[in-house]
Design a protein around this ligand. Sequence first.
Ligand SMILES: [Zn+2]
Length: 433
Amino acid sequence: MPTMETIVSLCKRRGFIFQSSEIYGGLGSCWDYGPLGVELKRNVKEAWWRSAVHRRDDMVGLDASILMHPRVWEASGHCEGFTDPLVDCKQCQHRFRADHLKKDKCPDCGGELTESRQFNLMFKTFMGPVEDQAAVVWMRPETAQGIFVNFLNVSTAMRKKLPFGIAQIGKAFRNEITPGNFTFRTREFEQMEIEYFVEPSTAEEHYHRWVSTRREWYVQHGIREENLRLRDHEADELAHYAKACCDVEYKFPFGWSELEGIANRADFDLNRHSEFSGTKLTYFDTKTNEHIVPYVIEPSAGADRGCLAFLVDAYHEEEVAGRQRLVMRFHKDLAPIKVAVLPLLKNRPELVELAHNLNEDLRRFCTTMYDDTASIGKLYRRQDEIGTLFCVTVDVDSLTDNAVTLRERDTMAQERIGVDRLAEVIRGRLGVD
Ligand SMILES: [Zn+2]
């Protein structure tokens, strides 16, 4: 397994992830996805959306606003309970989460610490031109509440019958006291959340089904089984209203950590919003002619954590013919670039034209990269390092035999393929129509 330093440095060197505002010295725990990182992240989110929404009859999507009515966060419990215990070092002024410290001394300088106090993790801002208490709004600390407050809108507009779910991908913000481990814990992050509403008596069954569905999703997209595990929360870790919670954990270089949590939240959220808003968030069961409050199962995944796990898991170093080869073995649906088109002689106009035409052809259905700036060995190594699935080389023979060399990333197998068949062959291997 690579170290975090290796991953961070590859991410910067090859354009996956950069430090935010780097030329100004960087902004703590904020990261920018570069040209390849943004493709990877879009692919992760699309793969999630396909499996969570498009390929199911019982799921619909939503894109709620980041700023919400301030009462939402009173109802959800975030105003009161979304806090971490904070301590300051009296000597160096560094701040720590009290529950993360092993001793009652500053880990940086050994200085004395203040008493711990509760620190709310929500980012506060002001709506409109006046900065007063009446204008306070919060940057959402989770996307879930946007789903709960739209429960009636969605179920009415879409005529959904239980069980059904609402999926959402979006940014959330938490003013973490101690962010860290690259993009694992950041103050601005992207969530992929589902709220799945069920008849209360079936909640446990649906909960277990979602735990295995979500674990399986990571395996289907290339995470090795041995690097995944499920961890049930102990009774004292559970929120008071939650019936059960399970984390899907990944074996990161810094240890087993949460990729996603799946919780059975019972009827807590809908009841709280009914109470605080005065609007009854219930479901009319036509079988029993009764209004019921559904239970909810919440699979909540992090897009950034997912990307980080896919990056770590894809990383492979191997020796090929006495040389080190670094190859990112991304799943085909997640690889940022699917095909690289590499003309071997850039001083032959007919050859360059053929390569450009092939590139045009291929990028109608997948991402491609055209590169003629180095020798073929170097070009292959560059593409391996970013996980490109196929390299197509156009050489001088191509002009007479009307064929190109197709090289596969993982096996490095090369085959000669007719230009007229190339797009069809690649489509087939990518599994796109
Ligand atoms: Zn200190």
